[in-house]
Design a protein. Structure first.
Length: 334
């Protein structure tokens, strides 16, 4: 079943009573409401991060939640939202009778769980077995350019097991994910898969240039279905076991701090939705002010001679919130 953009708009209007804070931003093209599957923000009843938007080249609409990351075709969105309505739609428009048990009905929560279970991920095994253009850093020669690069940046050896390199980023990208469409160069890069808690599965990665390049990072999803966790780096370290979780801007900085994650390619808000906000400490580049002479971030501090242990101590001694943070830095962090 494939619906046109106008058909989708009519159906969405019919179902709008089911959608909290429903708003028509652009008739027939863009609609906004609270995600009916994840419930959107638990902290703010006013946030609405579910969107039905126009897919221009296909003359249809699609769904995307910017809270949980769920991405669906419009047809799948309707099916998960209201199974009974969807089956009636199939019959009235296409003459297709329900092939499932008509007595089987599921609520939004059950449908959302089902959708997340269908979420695609790739595995470390796939990286290491099927990508001839990719090598594991820990198994590389000490003279290799990628190894020299991470040594120059003084990355901890404990991180090598989670780092890879490719001599040709374009060859790797198109081989590992044939649907990859982004134009990119053919230079050598460090590959940082954003592993989930199991340390094996991932759906997003970044490729860091190891030579001078106009584009320092390429970021790419390697699956079609994405989740809220996809773009948080460091979940494999099990940060939830710590009382404090430092949130840094780039994945390389997070490698120096055991209880650090990075929002590489995502927003700080996504970290807030994953963890208790009282435990999150946001670490911005160029802070604290007194250390700017050593560089802009954690990696620069380490390259300047600070040990990772000293960096952790500095972080813990410079935690501020509320009015104290505003007075200390001249702007409100929390």
């Amino acid at each position: 079943m494939k619906l046109t953009r106008l058909e989708c708009a009519e159906i969405l209007t019919d179902l709008s009573f089911r959608l909290s804070r429903f708003k028509v931003s652009q008739p027939g093209k863009l609609y906004n409401f609270r995600c009916p599957f994840c419930g959107d923000s638990k902290k703010s009843p006013n946030k609405a991060r579910g969107y039905v938007y126009e897919v221009i080249d296909k003359n249809t609409l699609a769904y995307k939640c910017h809270n949980c990351g769920l991405s669906l075709s419009f047809e799948k969105f309707v099916k998960l939202l209201d199974e009974e309505y969807y089956q009636k739609l199939l019959y009235s428009k296409f003459g297709i009778k329900n092939q499932e048990n008509e007595n089987t009905k599921t609520n939004n929560s059950e449908n959302y769980t089902k959708a997340l279970k269908e979420e695609e991920t790739r595995s470390k095994f796939e990286l290491e077995q099927y990508c001839v253009s990719l090598k594991k850093l820990i198994n590389s020669s000490p003279n290799h350019a990628a190894v020299r690069y991470v040594e120059q940046r003084k990355l901890p050896e404990s991180s090598y097991d989670y780092l890879y390199y490719t001599d040709n980023i374009k060859k790797f990208a198109t081989q590992f994910y044939p649907d990859f469409k982004k134009s990119c160069g053919e230079d050598a890069r460090i590959i940082l898969p954003f592993f989930m808690e199991d340390g094996e599965s991932f759906s997003y990665l970044q490729a860091r240039a190891i030579t001078q390049s106009k584009v320092s990072y390429y970021s790419m999803f390697v699956v079609n279905k994405r989740s809220l966790k996809s773009r948080i780096y460091g979940l494999y370290k099990n940060p939830a076991r710590y009382d404090r979780i430092f949130v840094v801007e780039g994945p390389i900085d997070s490698l120096f701090v055991p209880n650090a994650i990075a929002v590489g390619g995502s927003s700080l808000e996504e970290a807030l939705d994953l963890f208790d906000e009282k435990r999150l400490i946001f670490v911005f580049d160029n802070e604290p002010e007194r250390l700017k002479k050593y560089g802009k971030d954690i990696n620069d501090l380490v390259k300047s001679g600070f040990s990772p242990e000293e960096v952790v101590k500095i972080l813990n001694e410079n935690v501020y919130s509320g009015l104290e943070a505003e007075l200390m830095y001249g702007r409100l962090y929390t």
